[in-house]
Design a protein around this ligand. Structure first.
Ligand SMILES: [Zn+2]
Length: 435
């Protein structure tokens, strides 16, 4: 008995001491990992998705889309064509995207409003083409994505999920057929306007006093996008168009690159009543970093804190489920101190986690901000597409000719005329074969 007891107690003590040591080690490990958690660690547990990058337009402007002359694998910070000194709107390359822990990116097929009623469709196709060629050329780092689940697949493959957004309704030339074909080519959002009105939707430049607001044809565009499973992007539209679309859309919407109007009264930003509508719609506002949109009239340079103020404002007003990131790199010429290029996203997430705002940012909320909110919206849009597939067919609406001629008159064009593009003037021909 004694022997047994002695043996028993000795063994138990050994087990107890051993277990205590193990528990201590585990406890310390958990404690250390909790204490060591940095906000940017959330970018290891959820893909960071940026809603808007205009690199494709820079490739057009600088290289006429000749990818033979573009080395995306190089850090271009001091490059003679792409560096800070040569190009005020260049912030992007693969090394810095990797440092920035980007998981997925909407690359923007943007063509200027000056191409409206001219060659906007052809030029948009050209920009869709260059995005697709870029992804193929850099397939070690990039993966083309057209579905919500593809974002996480690419991220698990350690590739940058690469999606296409078309920026500006002028790109469809008032044709639902063109819209449908952009979708077939892989475009997954369309911003309803850029800085010009289309004949069916007003841009933010009308400053809240609508010209057309959203016309009957504009409603058809939104409903066709719902049917296709294409995200409706309300950045750039007038505040009244935001309200109108939110009252008729069957699916959640996005703002791919917009900030808060209450903080910065620029009509590109989103007013509070619309933010509340976005909450009810289950959509997401992806915050733009552009200095002039996050810091107005202060007489000082914009900083990372300004961007944080916009993110926190949205989170406080409508919750952490409706805010995301849409930095607008390469589409702007000035970005805040601390967010100088695409390598800086992790610093933003670190700072958010460290900041003293109440409620504090949790890992889960940072993951939502990073990308989970956009994925949720994307999946919901696909869900609406699938449910409508049983009852709806491709729409055959044709825009009212009067709407087009009035819009042409408003921009001093002769109604009915389709102008020839002038973009070929001054462009040298090349015999090089491009990828
Ligand atoms: Zn834009």
């Amino acid at each position: 008995m004694e022997v047994w007891t002695k043996y028993c107690c000795g063994k138990m003590m050994y087990v107890t001491v051993f277990s205590s040591v193990i528990l201590l080690v585990i406890g310390l490990a958990i404690g250390l990992s909790v204490n060591n958690f940095k906000g940017s660690d959330a970018l290891d547990s959820a893909p960071l998705i940026d809603g808007h990058n205009d690199l494709p337009f820079n490739i057009y402007e600088i290289l006429n889309n000749n990818l033979d002359e573009f080395d995306f694998t190089k850090n271009l910070t001091d490059d003679k064509l792409w560096g800070k000194k040569a190009c005020k709107s260049c912030f992007t390359d693969l090394p810095r995207l990797r440092k920035g822990k980007i998981g997925a990116q909407f690359w923007v097929a943007y063509v200027p409003c000056s191409s409206q009623y001219m060659d906007a469709v052809q030029l948009t196709m050209r920009q869709i083409d260059v995005i697709k060629r870029l992804v193929v050329k850099y397939s070690n780092d990039m993966q083309f994505v057209t579905e919500a689940k593809g974002i996480e697949e690419a991220w698990k493959n350690k590739k940058i999920g690469s999606m296409i957004g078309v920026e500006g309704g002028h790109s469809i030339d008032s044709s639902l057929a063109v819209l449908r074909l952009y979708y077939e080519l892989g475009a997954r959002y369309m911003t309803l306007t850029h800085s010009c009105n289309t004949p069916w939707a007003d841009a933010s430049t009308v400053n809240n006093g609508s010209v057309h607001n959203l016309t009957e044809f504009g409603e058809a565009v939104v409903h066709e996008m719902n049917r296709l499973g294409m995200l409706v992007d309300l950045s750039h539209v007038s505040h009244n168009v935001m309200r109108r679309v939110l009252s008729i859309t069957k699916a959640p919407v996005i703002f791919s690159h917009s900030s808060v109007f209450s903080i910065c009264k620029i009509y590109r930003n989103v007013p509070d009543d619309v933010l509340n509508m976005v909450k009810n719609n289950n959509g997401v506002v992806m915050v733009n970093f552009y200095s002039s949109f996050v810091n107005c009239n202060s007489g000082r340079n914009a900083t990372m804190q300004d961007v944080i103020d916009h993110i926190n404002y949205i989170r406080k007003l409508i919750g952490p489920d409706h805010v995301g990131i849409g930095a607008d790199y390469d589409g702007v010429t000035s970005v805040p101190q601390g967010l100088e290029d695409v390598s800086k996203y992790p610093d933003l997430f670190d700072r958010l986690y460290e900041s003293n705002v109440e409620p504090r940012w949790t890992k889960e909320d940072l993951e939502k901000l990073a990308g989970r909110n956009l994925i949720r919206v994307f999946k919901a849009v696909e869900g609406v597409r699938d449910s409508l597939a049983k009852t709806e067919h491709p729409r055959q609406d044709i825009i009212n000719a009067k709407d087009i001629s009035e819009d042409q008159k408003a921009i001093n064009m002769k109604p009915g005329l389709c102008y020839t593009a002038k973009e070929w003037d001054g462009i040298k021909s090349t015999n090089k074969t491009s990828q």
